[in-house]
Design a protein around this ligand. Sequence first.
Ligand code: GLY
Ligand code: MN
Length: 357
Amino acid sequence: MDTKKLLEDAEVDAIVIYNGNNEDLNFYYFTRLLDGGIFEGSYAVVTEEGVKVITSILEEQSAKKGNNEVYIFNTSSERDELLKKSLKGMNTIGVNYDVLSLSDFNKIKKVVGEANFKDVSGKIQEWRMIKDEQEISMIKEAAKIASEVAEVMPDFMKEGIREYELAARLGYEMFKRGAEDFAFTTIMAFGENSAEPHYLSGARKLKKGDFVLMDFGARYHRYNSDMTRTFVFGKASEEQKEIYYTVLEAQKLGISMIKSGVNGKDVDIKVKELIDSTKYRGRMIHSTGHGLGLAVHDHVGLSSQRDLILKRGMVVTVEPGIYVPGFGGVRIEDDVLVKDDGHEVLTFAPKDELIEV
Ligand code: GLY
Ligand code: MN
């Protein structure tokens, strides 16, 4: 990471990220401490010479796995002293307004004393959108784990199994394949529950003819995948097939448009146009996709509400859906890496035929 270049771009002398009252994922972005540690109450100080980590003795071993200068404190006054020292002579200090709590900001100002503070949240967001090789390899592995799990999940669908039981199995299958955590709480929706896009899971028992919608992701060395597959338990009705294949066509159209230079807004518009040209007009009630990375919703992705010119190295989800309240819904979601001349789909579980289990 060329910290000198980043600081020049943000027009600051240093950036201070505090993993304080609010967890700031930028701590991991800058330090690349991707291999264990929680780092509560720790600072990452980005300077021209590199990144300094100020952390407690509790995290010493985890911190030393990285390539940063590490400073250990035992007490909060030692922490304050270390921060003050690391920012000596710096006039303009960048902070992340998006995450830093007001009380933490006031604490930093008190410790540092005379300095100008500048909001660099927009710049950090810009940098984070373009993933480097290391980040892409983590996301790829997270996507691989999720894809393999999606493939085996039909084996565990049995009449009468409850949503939370199947969600538990899904978690087990992910951890067994090397996930360090869930990317987010799994959505496991049977039947009519699949019409609720952000349903979680409950005691609903699986019965013949149900949609089974699972939206889940693996976290691997702090980077996430996010995928959705929808199945039918038993034989699919004509209506279920129609919904499924409409979503599939929309999803394939969305993916086919992804390449550097395209506006994410246009992808969402085209995908929705397709769905709105069918009898499911108005039934896609969210945007087509979002950025993916250290956060599951890493940045704006494919939304008619916002311009986002796609660039090489971005990773976005493509996840159209159709939701019919009281009946059910279908969503199909893949993770897609933007390339100069096209894209690479990172998730790979089958989807071309509606799977009847
Ligand atoms: N995986 C849930 C969502 O993207 O909103
Ligand atoms: Mn998603």
